[in-house]
Design a protein around this ligand. Structure first.
Ligand code: CP
Ligand code: NVA
Length: 305
């Protein structure tokens, strides 16, 4: 049976294995070990929105594993001229080995998966960003040596990255605090799902509007852009409402001394994070970005057989 990765919950039973295996693959790669597990395999990558990391990491991962990736933009595809998602899924299933899809609508990712006999990987949609989260927990584990029992503070918008990160925390048993301005909390059904996972580990999950409480004693401070792709019309309003949620030196002084700063990137320096924090010795943002490459490899190896 094929395996889709649409949500972090699609890695529910082996999420930490993705993380550990991703770290192993990175080590193997750095020591020059050859891996041609994607020999003659092809990944189709549909991007409805811009991307630097997701596109380059998946394409490079396929190349390094001996396979091939095709970048597809709806601007050039028949999908952009009215061919249905279902027909696109059927057609690609007859030619390639898996599909990576970055979409505006989560439902479209689900629809593509339902109409493809090959695996569909969610490369970010309005609700989740699962491939990012594998790289994030790899980074935390590399830096902290463990995941369970750490305090992760996400400060900012309750968006796609936040939802996936919160589910990930529930799966690894990390305490997760999310602080957002009022009205920007993550959707209830994500909070519910993450809470039920946290309960199994006896870990904490707190949703608050008080960023001081969230950041106090944190091992990890994570933020993302205030304005996600597709929300540009809300920029002015959100930039005002999020002002006090900026990750700056005052904010991070509340965390543990050896806290790490994370951001899925792209960062809007001077808005959600200052240069002082993003470029500080506590910042791991570029290691986190590099880990996308190795996270994608483990994801590809788990879904393309
Ligand atoms: N973090 C992330 O997904 O970056 P891109 O939008 O550049 O792919
Ligand atoms: N929340 C951001 C993440 C970008 C990688 C967005 O959706 O634009």
């Amino acid at each position: 049976m094929k395996r889709d990765i649409i949500s972090v919950l699609d890695m529910k039973n082996d999420f930490e294995k993705f993380v550990d295996d991703g770290i192993k693959l990175k080590k193997n790669f750095k020591t020059g070990k050859k891996d041609s597990s994607m020999d003659r395999k092809t990944l189709a990558m549909i991007f409805e929105k811009a991307s630097t990391r997701t596109r380059v990491s998946f394409e490079t991962a396929m190349t390094q594993l001996g396979g091939h990736a095709i970048y597809l933009s709806p601007r050039d595809m028949q999908m952009g001229r009215g061919e249905t998602i279902a027909d696109t899924g059927e057609v690609l299933s007859g030619m390639v080995d898996a599909i990576l899809y970055r979409a505006f609508k989560h439902d479209n990712v689900v629809e593509l998966a339902q109409n493809s006999s090959i695996s569909v990987i969610n490369g970010l949609d309005n609700l989740e960003h699962p491939t990012q989260i594998v790289a994030d927990y790899m980074t935390i584990k590399e830096k902290k040596g463990k995941l369970k029992g750490l305090k992760i503070a996400y400060v900012g918008d309750g968006n796609n990255t936040a939802n996936s990160l919160m589910l990930g925390a529930g799966l690894v048993g990390a305490d997760f605090w999310i602080a957002t301005p009022e009205g920007y909390e993550p959707p209830d059904h994500f909070v519910k799902a993450a809470r039920s996972l946290a309960r199994k580990h006896r870990s904490e999950l707190e949703v608050t509007n008080n960023y001081k409480e969230a950041v106090a004693g944190a091992d990890v401070i994570y933020t993302d852009v205030w304005v996600s792709m597709g929300e540009e019309q809300e920029r002015e309003k959100k930039e005002k409402e999020f002002k006090s949620f900026q990750i700056n030196e005052k904010m991070v002084s509340l965390a543990k001394r050896d806290y790490i700063f994370m951001h899925c990137l792209p960062a809007h320096r001077g808005l959600e994070v200052t240069n002082e924090v993003a470029d500080s010795k506590n910042s791991v943002i570029f290691q986190e970005a590099e880990n996308r490459l190795h996270a994608e490899k483990i994801i590809l190896k788990k879904v393309i057989k």
